[in-house]
Design a protein. Structure first.
Length: 209
């Protein structure tokens, strides 16, 4: 069954705004960050039970998906990774398509297979390996079913204040297929439950319960 419960937006303003724009337009805007595709991963908070949503870099191959718990090379795993370890049932939104998935940490062999695919989308993943002593998990998402598609419905528009913030950071109105807010790099997104506010500005730059 899909992840259900009360949704609590990230206290990291950028992530909350990206999710609202992406979902508010039914997956037709907010699809890109710095020219790279992104998806929305929904998890159940492992502490609060709240629904958490994280914009992450899209890594897909032959209809299968993976996400990387890099947190830009931080010393701790991102909050969303702890959530899916505790509750492997997740929801993935890729554009207008919403799919129920089961998440699991890739084996060493699977990681070796998927890592080049991930770095082909977001090359800085290799750099993040040099910044931390922890093993950066690569998570494989296995589809249970496609829950719905919002292609044929008119989505509700997101609150203007979040859209305005994204546009202001990007220097103007959102492009038809994606708002590309400049600050943190989605390849690095990794919200820590209570309040992931992003790594320091020196770094190029997903949410616990």
């Amino acid at each position: 069954m899909p992840v259900e419960g009360d949704y609590e937006p990230s206290t990291w303003e950028y992530a909350a705004a990206q999710v609202e724009l992406y979902e508010g337009f039914g997956g037709t805007e907010g699809l890109l960050h710095e020219g790279k595709p992104c998806v929305i991963l929904t998890t159940q908070g492992c502490k609060t039970g709240k629904v958490r949503k994280s914009p992450l870099t899209r890594v897909e191959h032959d209809g299968r998906y993976a996400v990387v718990a890099s947190a830009a090379g931080a010393t701790k795993h991102p909050g969303w990774y702890h959530n899916l370890v505790a509750n492997p049932t997740v929801t993935l939104k890729d554009g207008p398509h919403v799919m129920e998935m089961t998440a699991r940490t890739a084996s060493p062999e699977e990681k070796a297979e998927w890592w080049p695919r991930a770095t082909s989308v977001w090359p800085p993943y290799d750099e993040y390996l040099t910044k931390t002593a922890r093993e950066i998990p690569l998570v494989i998402l296995e589809a249970a079913s496609e829950l719905r598609s919002s292609c044929t419905t008119r989505p509700a528009r997101p609150r203007r204040r979040h859209q305005a913030r994204l546009e202001a950071r990007d220097g103007g109105p959102s492009a038809p297929c994606g708002a590309t807010a400049r600050p943190p790099a989605l390849g690095a997104l990794g919200g820590a439950g209570r309040a992931h506010r992003g790594p320091p500005r020196a770094r190029r730059t997903h949410v616990t319960g």
